[in-house]
Every structure is written in C-alpha cells, then in structure tokens.
Design a protein around this ligand. Structure first.
Ligand code: FDA
Ligand code: NAP
Length: 452
C-alpha cells in the first residue's frame, strides 16, 4: 500500500514530466541560462517513470542509425559551446578523433543513446526516476481562473504517492504507441515500441514464422532484424503501400526541420500549414532510410539467386483481423491485389503501426477545461509552447511534443529540441521576472496605502 505526502514545501519554478531528450535538453537550457545565477536559481525538478534513463530502448537494434545529424544534439543549435554537446561527449569518451575519421554525420542509435545517458548523468541531481506523474491539478481552488501554482501527483515504483508544487510544468511524455482498432497486445502480438523486450522473452526456436505490419522505419528495421536473427524463420512484411518508400532527407526538403520553419509554420496561413504536410510528410512518416531499403532488397535478391525463399513482402495489404489461440496467431489479410482475403499463421506478430502525438488532456483531467481549443478541437498553443488559457496566464503548462498542428513537423522529433528548450527556458525566466516585478509593485502600493 502506498503512502501519500508532499515532496517538500518548495514551489518549483518548473517541473518537467518525463526525462527523455526533450526535458533533458530543457534541463541543460535552464542550467546554461544566463539568468540562472546562484543567488537566484531557477528551481527545476524532473520526474521520469522509467527506473533509469532510456531512449526507445526496445528499438535499439544493432547498426540502426540516427535520422538526424549528430550536430542536432541536446544543445549545439542553441549553444555551440555547451558542455553537453555530442562533441563534448565524444571528447569525454576518448572517441572524438576516431569519430571524425569515420566521416559519418549519422551516429548509430546505440552511440547516441550513450551520449544521452552521459548527459542525463550530468544532471542526475534534479531527476527522480521511477516516478510517474499521474495528474496535474490547480494547487488552490481558484474558481474559473488559472491558479498561480500547480499541484502534481507523483507515484513511485512502490505505489507511494506524493504531491509536488510548481509555477510551471513542461509535459514531455513522448509519443503514444498506435495499434489498429480491435487488436490487443499480448506475449505474441507486439507493438514496435516493446519489440526487443518481447523478442528476448521468447525462445527464437519457437519463432518459425513471424510477421511485421507497416511500411515505416520501425517496420523495415524490425523486418531486417528478424530476418537476420531468425535464419530458420519465414518473415512476412505486411505493407500497406506497394513497397517501402524512401525518407526524403535531401538538403532542401530537410529545411522543414529548421528552427526558422517553426515560425513560418506557426505564423503561416492554414493553407501554408497544409502545404507543409502535403509536400513534406514523406520526410518522416511511413518512410524508410535508403540504406535499410537497400539492405532488405539485397536480402530478397540473394534469395532469388539461391532459389530459396523465406522473406515475403505482402504489398498493398492490411490486417483485417487477428485471432489468437495459444502460441498460434491467425491473421486475416486484405490485399488490394487480391479479391479474396488471405490467411497467415504466425508465432509472433509485430505492429510497427506508428504513434499518436502526445495529448496533455490525460494528465490535466477536469483542469483541461481552462485551456482553449481550436475549431478542430485541438489545444491552442502559444508560440512559446504554453497552452492558451481562457483567463490569461498565471502558471504555465508547456508542451514538448503534441504541437504538430501549431509548430509543425519537428514537434515530435529531435531536430529542434535545443532551440525549443531554449525558447521555453527564456519564457519561464521572463515570466518569473514579470511576476516578481508585479509582486514588488503590489507590495509598494500596499506599503504606500499603509503610510497614507
Ligand atoms: P520520449 O518519448 O523520448 O521521452 C518521454 C519520456 O517521458 C519517456 O522517458 C517516458 O518514460 C516518460 N514519461 C511518459 N509519461 C510519463 C509520466 N506520466 N510521468 C513521468 N514520466 C513519463 N527523432 C529524430 O529526430 N531523430 C531520430 O533519429 C529519431 N529516432 C527515433 C527512433 C525511434 C525508435 C522512435 C520511436 C522515435 C525516434 N525519433 C527520432 C522520434 C522521437 O520522438 C524523438 O527521438 C524523441 O524520443 C522525443 O523526445 P521526448 O523527450 O519528447 O520523448
Ligand atoms: P510511421 O512512420 O508512422 O509508420 C507507421 C506505418 O504503419 C505506416 O506504414 C502506416 O501506413 C502503417 N499503419 C498504420 N496503421 C496501420 C494499420 N491499421 N494497418 C496496417 N498498417 C498500418 O511509424 P514508425 O515507423 O514507428 O516511425 C515513427 C517515428 O519514429 C518516425 O519519426 C521515424 O523516423 C522514427 N524512427 C526512427 C528510427 C531511427 O532513428 N533509426 C527507427 C524507427 C523509427 P499508412 O501510411 O497507410 O498509415
């Protein structure tokens, strides 16, 4: 049975929910902010539900690479001399020279994970791991207005619940795995976000037939991994398109992830925003890196040469139904190339069907009614990533993620986090100064009234 109590009596200037790259980058931006001086520190605390730092650990597949340049790290675009840059990490790890000799802009995900862990360990004093934030509420009942402080409920791994107070919150809880409607996950039916953990939970010899659903980067990487790790198995890729399409990371298209593109998107017309998606969705969604596509095609071609086949691409195909029975999973497949549904039996099935954006409403509960939505029912968000309130700002709820509709394509990615977290840090510091000035004026006026 858990305990309930207050964390301490402190009111933090900002509490970060989640300690993935977004809030890690914010912790660095606050640390490096010129207004964060010892005599008036910005008080920040971060809560992460995982027991230790981890960035998509279940997708840390061998030889997978980053989809951004190493220079788009946690800090460099905001502060090129940050001690938390990827280059600083390489120097500390004794690999800077070899990294340069390697002549590759895109480190492996394993190396980038090591970098993130290294950065997180340098900020360990302000993070509580094994701590899930379950609710954000007003600290005091302020009727219809937005209160000055927020109260967060934090549950630890043992089930204990404590309360934490903050003037500002940054919700950076990441993407949410998406499964097709009506399909339940279990020990044989997985989402890509849980892939390695589930895969290692089974004996590979039990996996004589496996299938992967989807045509994005996760699907292609998992298909290649299963093919290489299970040399005895039939591997079926269930692909909604007619084969994998390449992720456009060529220089002009890549500009959609530039810091400047955020302003053009945010202040643009509806038509301009639509054009971003229409022309450039293929920089990120339902697309695959050229190298992984070529790897898969090469494996398939080698099978043709050898005359033995176990890698199958089921094009223009979607899953209509999944039926489970013990270790057997039966798929009913609808192909646009076939008038009749097909059946496939597998020992494990992976849905690499992508993610939903982050939705702050889950943590806000009833409190969410204070925040305005647009005509499509999506949260309105200020340029500084704060939720728009009906009654004007007091405390601030900032979003890192969940802002594709307002801030554009880089919202759920790493591309812009150094700059974004700098903008959020600036906003928190500026609003703190304004609130302090307003507080000082109130005291002065009260003092003058007392003397009159
Ligand atoms: P992220 O999901 O990383 O972190 C959120 C954290 O919040 C998690 O640690 C979670 O445990 C924690 N959390 C959630 N709810 C909580 C709660 N209630 N209380 C406490 N903690 C909570 N992008 C890119 O630009 N380049 C790339 O190379 C890649 N590569 C990549 C690989 C894979 C496999 C995926 C799935 C995604 C990518 N991405 C990417 C996109 C990805 O969204 C991005 O890399 C970051 O993970 C975004 O960082 P965040 O901190 O916002 O979310
Ligand atoms: P994604 O790009 O959204 O792709 C999801 C795929 O699943 C699409 O092909 C989609 O098809 C398909 N799909 C969705 N619902 C389906 C359904 N009901 N039935 C059949 N197919 C369905 O997701 P992702 O591949 O997980 O990538 C997500 C993010 O993670 C991207 O930013 C990606 O770059 C990143 N990532 C990076 C790395 C890396 O850095 N190495 C690795 C993996 C992922 P439709 O197009 O028809 O919807």
């Amino acid at each position: 049975m858990g305990t309930t109590g207050t964390h301490n009596h402190e009111i933090y200037d900002v509490v970060g929910i989640g300690f993935g790259p977004s809030n890690l980058s914010l912790a660095i931006a606050l640390e490096e902010h010129r207004a964060n001086v010892p005599e008036h520190p910005v008080k920040a605390a971060f809560f992460e539900r995982q027991p230790a730092f981890g960035w998509h650990r279940n997708m840390l597949l061998p030889s997978t690479t980053m989809q951004i340049s190493f220079l788009k790290d946690l800090a460099t675009f905001r502060n090129p001399v940050s001690r938390f840059s990827f280059v600083s990490y390489l120097h500390a790890a004794g690999r800077l020279v070899q990294f340069v000799n390697n002549q590759d802009f895109f480190p492996t995900r394993q190396e980038f994970h090591q970098y993130l862990e290294w950065a997180a360990s340098g900020l360990a004093d302000r993070v509580s791991y094994g701590s899930e934030v379950t609710a954000i509420r007003p600290a005091q009942d302020s009727g219809s207005g937005i209160p000055e402080h927020l109260r967060l409920e934090v549950r630890d791994a043992a089930g204990g619940v404590r309360q934490v107070r903050a003037r500002n919150v940054t919700i950076s809880t990441g993407l949410v795995p998406r499964m097709p409607a009506g399909v339940a996950r279990d020990e044989r039916v997985w989402h890509s976000s849980e892939f390695l953990e589930k895969f290692h939970g089974l004996d590979p010899h039990e996996l004589g037939s496996v299938a992967v659903v989807g045509a994005g980067q996760s699907a292609a990487e998992i298909t290649r991994f299963l093919y290489d790790k299970l040399p005895h198995a039939r591997v079926s890729a269930v692909i909604p398109s007619y084969g994998y399409s390449v992720a456009d990371d060529t220089p002009f298209a890549n500009q959609v992830f530039d810091p400047a593109a955020v302003d053009e998107y945010y202040f643009g017309t509806d038509q301009a925003r639509e054009a971003f998606w229409h022309y450039h969705r293929n920089t990120n969604y339902s697309v695959v890196d050229d190298e992984v596509i070529r790897d898969l095609h090469q494996r398939s071609y080698e099978e043709e040469v050898r005359g033995s086949k176990r890698l199958y691409f089921l094009n223009l195909t979607r899953v209509a139904e999944v039926t489970r029975n013990g270790s057997d999973t039966r798929l009913t497949l609808n192909s646009l190339l076939d008038s009749e549904p097909q059946e496939l039996h597998v020992d494990a099935l992976v849905f690499a069907t992508g993610y939903e954006g982050m939705d702050p409403a889950r943590l806000l509960g009833d409190f969410d009614r204070h925040f305005l939505r647009d005509v499509s029912g999506r949260h309105r968000v200020e340029r500084d990533y704060r939720l728009v309130t009906a009654t004007g700002p007091s405390c601030g709820i900032y979003l890192q993620g969940g802002t594709e509709h307002t801030h554009g394509l880089s919202s759920s990615l790493l591309s812009n986090i150094a700059v974004r977290s700098g903008e959020i840090a600036d906003s928190i510091v500026l609003r703190r100064a304004e609130q302090e000035q307003a507080g000082a004026r109130t005291v002065e006026v009260a003092g003058a009234a007392g003397r009159a």
